[in-house]
Ligand binder design. Structure first.
Ligand SMILES: Cc1cc2nc3c(=O)[nH]c(=O)nc-3n(C[C@H](O)[C@H](O)[C@H](O)COP(=O)(O)OP(=O)(O)OC[C@H]3O[C@@H](n4cnc5c(N)ncnc54)[C@H](O)[C@@H]3O)c2cc1C
Length: 484
């Protein structure tokens, strides 16, 4: 078997692996990047973040066109050419995955096509499509193999009637009726796309609420938006299985303990992701894997085997692309001999529902649990000039600060461009900003980020475009005021 020697081997070219390979090359290392799929970029670029956002933007456009009469714009009811939209989305993916390939090449990273098996603490075997095997050796290995959709009993993915996120993003068609099992971020985003493109969508969520862990005020607005678009959302709903009856797929579900049947044309199962950590040699070389299958790492992304590192979805939640790339880059720097370590203050999340939702840092509840006495400032987009002008007034910016020091602890945003707006809050957190720092920063007018400025001012009792009411005393704490 031919053997090649490198400074580092990266397994997996997703957002965990591909930036790490580039970073290693920037730091002067000879790198092999092993990928089994035909294109680079992993889930995020091929059938995750990027294509789903291309579809979401297109679906939003259709939705806006339907509502344009409010602003005196009279158009024919929009019609969606699904094949053309798919072609557009595929083009977006091609451009970006091709871009990654060029970047790897330009940085001198050697892309090795095939499936990797770890055969020793410093050795990997790659089986190419043609069955040819190559042995790669390096002082360090970075595992960034990601995660894949979880299948549930009674709903085996068949790529035709029962979709995972992968098929849903592929956009084979817009079914007349879609049942979406799972009201998490991915299910909600994709279900909203199909609803806007014209499908009758029904969500079945086993837990008592959708979007668990998300600001409840934001969840309420997302649910309101879905209701307005005719989407049914059932919580405490356990999908049991389905059967084919004539042309229909009939989903059996227990909602609040009662058996029901829902007829549909396609089923999307989006109940979560499981790590790809098994079956390629990690256990054999002694890499410790936790009970849920995630690889255990230290704050430098080193596994229990000192020469083997891991980054991205395979190391555990939150399963986010920007987390994966940050982790991969930290691991790359450590492998290159730098003293880098995980030390971020906040990991932002952006959810591309309607309205969008984003958050960074601590919620009020989390702040209290960490021993802070939180003060909260909230500013509604309904009071913001820019939001009114663009006809997107739903939502709010909420900030949490420490009452004593006025240090900013977190922010959550629900409303137009929330995913973009959260960046300023993330920067403020990383810089250790106080509420006053944001309040004193001049924000251009009229813009959406003014809502973040006003929310910080509201926490200080100094907002201009809303009435600053004294904080309502919390139970057992009479007299707690916003200006405490
Ligand atoms: C529909 C959808 C929408 C999403 N939207 C967002 C979003 O808006 N924002 C966000 O932050 N995140 C989003 N995500 C999550 C995001 O895609 C993941 O967090 C990200 O892809 C994780 O990157 P990774 O490198 O850890 O893993 P992956 O992207 O899964 O990459 C792992 C790679 O390793 C390869 N591989 C695995 N095993 C081997 C092996 N043995 N040999 C060789 N190669 C191997 C795989 O083929 C794959 O290419 C979304 C996910 C989905 C499904």
């Amino acid at each position: 078997m031919p053997t090649q020697t490198y400074d580092a081997i990266v397994i997996g070219a997703g957002t965990g692996g591909y930036p790490a390979a580039i970073r290693l090359a920037q730091l002067g290392k000879k790198v092999a990047l092993v990928e089994k799929d035909a294109t680079l970029g992993g889930v995020c670029l091929n059938w995750g973040c990027i294509p789903s956002k291309a579809l979401i933007a297109a679906a939003n456009l259709v939705d806006e066109m339907r509502g344009a009469a409010d602003r005196g714009i009279i158009a024919e009811p929009p019609r969606v050419d699904v094949a053309k939209l798919r072609e557009f989305k595929d083009g977006v993916v091609k451009k970006l995955t091709g871009g990654v390939a060029l970047l790897e090449k330009g940085n001198g990273v050697e892309v090795v096509r095939g499936t990797a098996t770890v055969v020793g603490p410093t050795a990997v075997e790659v089986a190419g499509k043609d069955g040819q095997k190559t042995r790669l050796e390096a002082g360090a290995i970075l595992v960034a193999t990601g995660a894949r959709p979880i299948e549930i009993p009674g709903f085996a993915f068949d790529g035709k009637d029962v979709w995972s996120a992968r098929e849903a993003v592929d956009l084979p068609e817009v079914p007349k009726r879609l049942v979406c099992i799972g009201g998490g971020i991915i299910g909600m985003e994709l279900g909203t796309v199909y609803a806007k493109l014209g499908a009758e969508v029904t969500f079945l969520e086993a837990l008592p609420q959708v979007l668990t862990g998300v600001d409840p005020d934001a969840v309420r607005l997302v649910q309101k938006g879905l209701r307005q678009r005719g989407v049914a959302v059932h919580v405490n709903a356990k999908a049991k299985g389905y059967e084919r009856r004539g042309k229909d797929l009939v989903v059996k579900v227990e909602i609040d303990g009662k058996e029901q049947e829902i007829a549909c044309d396609k089923i999307l199962v989006a109940v979560g992701f499981k790590p790809s950590s098994a079956g390629f040699g990690l256990e054999q070389v002694g890499v410790k894997i936790g009970p849920k299958g995630f690889i255990e790492v230290d704050p430098q992304y080193r596994t229990s085997v000192p020469t083997i590192f891991a980054a991205g979805d395979v190391t555990g939640p939150p399963l986010l692309a920007h987390k994966a790339s940050k982790e991969g880059e930290i691991a790359a720097e450590v492998i290159a001999g730098h003293k880098t370590v995980r030390d971020w203050v906040g990991m932002p999340t952006a959810i591309f529902t309607d309205p969008e939702v984003a958050a960074v840092g601590l919620s009020e509840e989390e702040a209290r649990k960490q021993g802070y006495d939180p003060i909260v400032g909230k500013f509604a987009f309904g009071a913001l000039g820019r939001a009114i002008a663009i006809h997107h007034t739903e939502g709010f910016v909420k900030v949490v600060g420490d009452r004593k020091t006025k240090l900013l602890l977190g922010a959550s945003i629900c409303g137009p461009e929330a995913g973009d707006l959260i960046a300023e809050a993330a920067l403020a957190l990383e810089m250790g900003a106080y509420l006053e720092d944001v309040a004193l920063t001049i924000h251009a007018h009229p813009t959406l980020p003014e809502a973040f400025n006003e929310a910080c001012r509201a926490a200080l009792g100094e907002a201009i475009h809303m009435l600053n009411r004294p904080e309502r005393p919390r139970k057992g704490e009479a007299g707690a005021g916003a200006r405490a």
